[in-house]
Write a protein that binds this ligand. Structure first.
Ligand SMILES: [Zn+2]
Length: 315
């Protein structure tokens, strides 16, 4: 049987609070200035350290360094990837800005690797629009600091939060077992597999984690079952599709030996309980594909609660 394969993207915006030192560093970039942090030994670190590695005291003295510096080490990127600073071949370099004692990692737009060398002089190319982010430095380019390279010099308010989009694109290829499970869902069936050794039914199918053997026989299980454990989601987060509070539960489908996680809707969150009997609510049949999302959610089936003993071994 052919196995299924599909492109998947995992994406979220990573937000980080900066604190007083990096917040001032980012505000400096927004104003077209690079600030380093001076530690107790007199060295200037760019980017600044938040704590002195010698005394462990907070770093408080920030000093402006030059927007030009020297390449200490470098490598060349022939095929830039999505999200990298430049969309054409460029160099990654460790650059020590004049006035700093440490090196900053950044991209150099040199045109070609033959234009890169250790010891070469480079200067910052500022982004056209600056928001208080490391990407306010668009990249470095060969040359010395020019008279207009310093921006307006106004730092403004300390930057408190930076947002970094994270995007991961990949292709997911399923196992034979998982393909059978997904093809079943496209027909409105929930198909697990039974372990030949311990006889447990796994949904979705997998190698039996207890016996370490492949599961073989396909077993169709019910689209209704019992809530074993659950969690009331009260915390809002970016991209959330439901309004809290709502419930995500482990549902032990009738005929299966391990529960699946799913949404429990159609009942106040406070009324969801262990043993609650629930039934799948499928999306419109016309929308079914090879995905678990064919089941929109579960909701109470109206049956009497299942006694604890009936699911105690499946938590
Ligand atoms: Zn087993």
């Amino acid at each position: 049987m052919d196995t299924l394969s599909a492109p998947l993207t995992i994406a979220f915006d990573y937000t980080r609070s900066l604190g007083p030192v990096l917040g001032r560093f980012m505000a400096g970039l927004r104003g077209g200035r690079v600030l380093g942090g001076r530690t107790s030994d007199g060295r200037v670190h760019v980017p600044p350290l938040e704590y002195d590695p010698g005394t462990h005291a907070p770093v408080t003295e920030l000093v402006e360094v030059s927007p030009a510096g020297t390449v200490l080490s470098w490598t060349w990127t022939d095929r830039p990837l999505e999200g990298q600073p430049l969309d054409r071949p460029f160099g990654w370099a460790l650059i020590r800005l004049d006035g700093a004692d440490t090196a900053l990692l950044h991209a150099v737009d040199a045109g070609g690797s033959d234009a890169m060398s250790t010891g070469m002089r480079v200067r910052i190319r500022w982004a056209a629009e600056r928001i208080g982010h490391i990407r306010d430095i668009e990249c470095f380019e060969p040359g010395e600091a020019g008279p207009d390279s310093g921006g307006d010099g106004a730092d403004g308010a300390v930057v408190e939060i930076v947002t970094t989009p994270i995007r991961l694109h990949y292709r997911h290829s399923t196992s034979v077992e998982e393909s059978g499970y997904l093809r079943g869902l496209a027909e409105g069936r929930i198909v697990g597999r039974r372990c030949p050794a311990c006889r447990k039914v796994y949904v979705p199918p997998r190698v039996c984690p207890a016996c370490g053997v492949a599961t073989v026989d396909e077993v169709e299980v019910a689209d209704r079952g019992t809530v074993t454990t659950f969690c009331v989601v009260n915390v809002p987060f970016a991209g959330q599709r439901l309004t809290p509070p709502y419930v995500v539960a482990q549902v032990l489908l009738d005929g299966a030996d391990i529960p699946i996680p799913h949404l429990i809707l159609g009942v106040p969150a406070a009324e969801v309980r262990m043993g609650l009997r629930v039934a799948a609510v499928w999306r419109d049949r016309a929308d079914w594909t090879t995905t678990p999302e064919n089941i929109d959610h579960f909701e109470p089936s109206g049956e009497a609660d299942a006694p604890y003993e009936t699911f105690a071994e499946h938590l």
